[in-house]
Design a protein around this ligand. Structure first.
Ligand code: TRP
Length: 326
C-alpha cells in the first residue's frame, strides 16, 4: 500500500520545477497520484480549459512514468467517494477552521463572487488524503496548512467515532520546490506565473527551452559558484542541472568557467531530460482513447480502497448500510 499521496491540480501547464520536485519523486516512491480536477472548479473557470488541462496533465504524468498498475493514478471526479467523504468530513469540520485557512483568505480577498467550494476546498483535500490511508503528503509551503487540517479532522473523527482514518502529515518535497523563475530568481517557478519567459514547461519545444535558459538572469560576479544568497540566478541554474544529471550543485559549479558555458550545458541537460517524456507524450496524445481507458481503469482499481474507507466512515457516523458506497 502506498505511503504517500501526491495531488496535482489541472490549472496550468506542468513545468520543470513540478517534474523534479513532485512528479518524479511521486513516481519513484510509488505514491498515489491524484489529478485533482474538482479542485480546479473552486474559482472562476473555463470548462474547455479545465478539460484540456486535465487531459494534458494525465497524459504527461503517464509520459513521465506513472504506472497505474503499480500505484493508483486517476482523475478525482472519476471516483465518487471523494465527494461523498468530502460531505462526511464537513460534518466533522467547523466553519471557523475552514474560514481561518490562509489560502482561502488570500484568494477570497481578490474575488467578487467567492464560491462556497473555495471555503470547503480543504475538506475535499482532506477527503483525498484520508481515502487512501496514507501517512505522508508531500506538499509545498502553501498547502501545509491544508494537510494539517486533514490531520486535525482525522484525529477528531477517530476520537469521537472510533478509529477510522490513518492520520497523515505533511512532508516537504525533497527537491525542486527550490527551482526558481529564470527571469526572476526571487520567485519560484510557478505554473500560474505570468513570467512565462522564466518557466520551463515540460511541453516547450527544445528551441524554446534553450532560448529561455540562455536568457536566464544571472549577475555581474562573473564566477560560477554555488551561492544561493549571493548569486541566486546562477545557483538556480546549478540546481536545475543537478536535478537533471543527479549530482550536487556545488560539485557541478566547479566545472564551468563562464555563465555562457554553464547555460549551454544546462540547456543540453534539460532538453535531454525532457526529450523522452515529450516523445512518450506525443505517442500517448495521438491516442486519447487509450489514455482515457488507462485513467478509467486506474479509477476502477482505486475504488476498492476508497469504497472501503467510505464504508467505514459511514458506519462510524451512524448511517444505515445499504445505499451509496455499499
Ligand atoms: N490543493 C493542492 C494544490 O493546490 C492539490 C491537491 C488536491 C492535493 N488534493 C490533494 C495535494 C491532496 C495533496 C494531497 O496544489
Amino acid at each position: 500500500m502506498p505511503r504517500r499521496l501526491s495531488g496535482f491540480k489541472p490549472t496550468g501547464h506542468l513545468h520543470l520545477g513540478n517534474l523534479l520536485g513532485a512528479v518524479r519523486p511521486a513516481i519513484e516512491e510509488d505514491s498515489v497520484i491524484l489529478i485533482a480536477d474538482l479542485h480546479a472548479l473552486t474559482v472562476t473557470h473555463d470548462p474547455a480549459r479545465v478539460r484540456g488541462l486535465t487531459r494534458e496533465l494525465a497524459t504527461l504524468l503517464l509520459a513521465a512514468g506513472a504506472e497505474p498498475d503499480r500505484a493508483p493514478c486517476y482523475v478525482q471526479s472519476h471516483v465518487p467517494e471523494h465527494t461523498e467523504l468530502h460531505y462526511l468530513l464537513e460534518c466533522a469540520t467547523s466553519y471557523g477552521e475552514a474560514h481561518r485557512m490562509i489560502q482561502f483568505k488570500e484568494q477570497a480577498a481578490t474575488q467578487e463572487q467567492v464560491r462556497l467550494s473555495l471555503l470547503t476546498y480543504p475538506t475535499l483535500m482532506a477527503a483525498d488524503i484520508l481515502l487512501h490511508d496514507v501517512e505522508e503528503v508531500p506538499v509545498g509551503a502553501d498547502q501545509t496548512q491544508h494537510v494539517e487540517l486533514a490531520r486535525d479532522v482525522a484525529v477528531r473523527f477517530n476520537n469521537r467515532y472510533g478509529p477510522t482514518f490513518t492520520v497523515p502529515k505533511a512532508v516537504n518535497p525533497s527537491f525542486g520546490g527550490r527551482i526558481r523563475n529564470l527571469s526572476d530568481p526571487a520567485g519560484k517557478m510557478g505554473k500560474t506565473n505570468d513570467r512565462e519567459a522564466g518557466v520551463l514547461f515540460l511541453l516547450d519545444p527544445p528551441e524554446v527551452l534553450r532560448q529561455k535558459i540562455m536568457r536566464a538572469v544571472t549577475d555581474t560576479v562573473g564566477e560560477v559558484r554555488y551561492d544561493p544568497q549571493g548569486q541566486p540566478g546562477v545557483a538556480n541554474l546549478l540546481e536545475i542541472l543537478a536535478g537533471c544529471v543527479g549530482d550536487s550543485p556545488s560539485t557541478l559549479a566547479g566545472l564551468f568557467r563562464s555563465y555562457g558555458e554553464l547555460k549551454e550545458v544546462v540547456a543540453d541537460s534539460v532538453v535531454a531530460t525532457l526529450r523522452p517524456i515529450q516523445a512518450r507524450y506525443a505517442d500517448l496524445a495521438a491516442e486519447p482513447g487509450a489514455v482515457e481507458g488507462i485513467l478509467r481503469d486506474g479509477a476502477r482499481r482505486a475504488r476498492s480502497q476508497t469504497r472501503a474507507v467510505v464504508r467505514r466512515a459511514r458506519d462510524r457516523l451512524g448511517l444505515l448500510p445499504g445505499t451509496g458506497a455499499e
